[in-house]
Design a protein around this ligand. Structure first.
Ligand SMILES: [Zn+2]
Ligand SMILES: [Zn+2]
Length: 262
């Protein structure tokens, strides 16, 4: 798959509650290490000419400010759970500065949920100042935003279909606890994989760290970063020291440089 060199910024690496959790006094939630503070999971994907965000969770505004990101070409959605969509209203500053609607790439199912949650943005007669968005339907076929090509990877989040995305040698998959064999073939050959690993305890809709490590070993991906992390994972620095070769916990603000794929 052809793709330009990409810069990937982890805007958030936390599970749906974020870390710390309100009112929790566990060692992770009270840690002074910034790597133990995790906003909701999202990445910024940048080529020299194109900037795309994957998901707009509840921390979207804070994440864009923190990353100093003043331009956005599109949003790509994995699925319509609140921790991945609820910041959609905050795209308005990009509408004002770019003077046009922001393209959103999502499956039909995700679009239906967006239209329900953010009904006011999709009405015929719309209140001035509400977000201006333009829906683009995606399914299993590759699609292109600017010079970046996306290959959707369909995975399971309990019984909910979720999209991961392969961009050249880089693959991002959040919110998953099952991947069918034909979709595993799409991931194989990636140099860098970002994969859901909620924590050390088995969960009904997310891979545990142990399950995620088993998938990585099966797919033989050389460099892996786990995301969508909850407080049950433990302290970042402690878990990082225990990780197998080539595998890491992602953390907010981590930047990866991905080579071009000719
Ligand atoms: Zn999630
Ligand atoms: Zn989810």
């Amino acid at each position: 798959m052809k793709n330009p060199a990409l810069k990937i910024t982890f805007l958030g690496t936390g599970t749906s509650s974020g870390v710390p959790i309100i009112g929790c006094h566990c060692p992770v939630c009270t840690s002074g290490n910034p790597k133990d503070n995790r906003l909701r999971s999202s990445i910024l994907v940048e080529s020299a000419t194109t900037k795309v965000v994957v998901d707009t969770g509840p921390d979207f505004r804070q994440q864009m400010l923190r990353a100093g990101n003043e331009h956005l070409d599109a949003v790509v959605y994995t699925h319509a759970h609140m921790d991945h969509v609820s910041g959609l209203d905050e795209v308005r500053p990009y509408n004002y500065s770019q003077k046009k609607a922001l393209p959103l790439y999502a499956t039909k199912v995700t679009q239906d949920a967006l239209k329900h949650i953010f009904y006011y943005a999709f009405e015929e007669k719309r209140f001035p100042g509400i977000p201006q968005v333009e829906l683009h339907t995606i399914d299993s076929d590759p699609f292109r935003i600017g010079d970046i090509e996306f290959l959707p990877v369909r995975v399971w989040h309990y019984k909910m279909p979720v999209l991961g995305f392969r961009m050249g040698s880089f693959t991002y998959i959040t919110d998953v606890n099952g991947i069918d064999d034909d979709q595993k073939e799409l991931i194989k050959g990636s140099e860098v994989l970002v994969l859901d690993a909620l924590g050390k305890i088995k969960h009904m809709s997310h891979y545990s760290l142990q399950e995620a490590i088993a998938v990585v070993r099966e797919l033989k991906i050389p460099q892996v970063f786990f995301t969508h992390i909850g407080h049950s994972m433990g302290l970042h620095d402690t878990v990082e020291r225990e990780m197998p070769a080539g595998m890491h916990l992602a953390y907010d603000g981590l930047v990866l440089d991905i080579d071009a794929c000719p």
